[in-house]
Design a protein around this ligand. Sequence first.
Ligand code: IPE
Ligand code: IPE
Ligand code: MG
Length: 240
Amino acid sequence: MGKRGNGGAPEHVAIIMDGNGRWAQARGKPRLFGHHAGAKRVREIVEACPDLGVKYLTIFAFSTENWKRTQTEVSGLMKLFKRYLMSETKQLVEAGVRVRFIGDRIRLDETLVALMDELELLTCANDRVHLTVALNYGGRDEVTRAAKRLCRDVAAGKVDPEKVDAEELARHLDTYVLPDPDLVIRTSGEARISNFLLWQSAYSEYEFIDTLWPDFTREEFARVLADFSQRERRYGAVPG
Ligand code: IPE
Ligand code: IPE
Ligand code: MG
């Protein structure tokens, strides 16, 4: 069952886009300046996906823990998300990108949620690249919400509790339509997952790179993918 890097690209890449704050600080600017620079990077990486053989790209934009930041930073980020969605819609539609959002929408303001819904709808027939944006997303929160939905289904008599297995639980996750990520990249030198895709990354490969997110280029992305293609994935089996 050993699978040598499939000789090529990962089908699904997930990215923890970290380091915006430090990038701004290094320039003597406020943290939001770094978030704006970081948002500008996203397009280049999304556009690189088809050429690099990546079908699914999932990006961590805001975690369930990021509400702990100052009110200025949080509200600045929310404003940036709204502006970004409005300004990128046309380009995403035309580039054949299918956009989805994961995370709990309950805490997001209604203007933002409306923009998210609209973008999902406008791009729902696209299939060139599948971009998933994790917004107010936390792995534990997602599994907890999935468990809650499953309990409701059991209570309603729709699911037999004896038949609950990993697949059944996965069907209740926000990511139910997506394959598991093959590769998770984190920028900025931190070697932790910070509550990102806990369930889905059980057998993902990880790449922790020092570059701060606003400096992450298409060329570096290609290098990280080339490194991935050399890896041997075993999924618990004997190397083959
Ligand atoms: C990642 O950059 C973006 C978000 C969490 C929204 P950070 O804001 O965490 O930047 P650093 O880690 O403080 O440099
Ligand atoms: C993870 O980065 C969240 C996002 C990139 C959106 P953080 O900067 O919030 O993670 P910690 O606090 O360093 O673990
Ligand atoms: Mg950070």
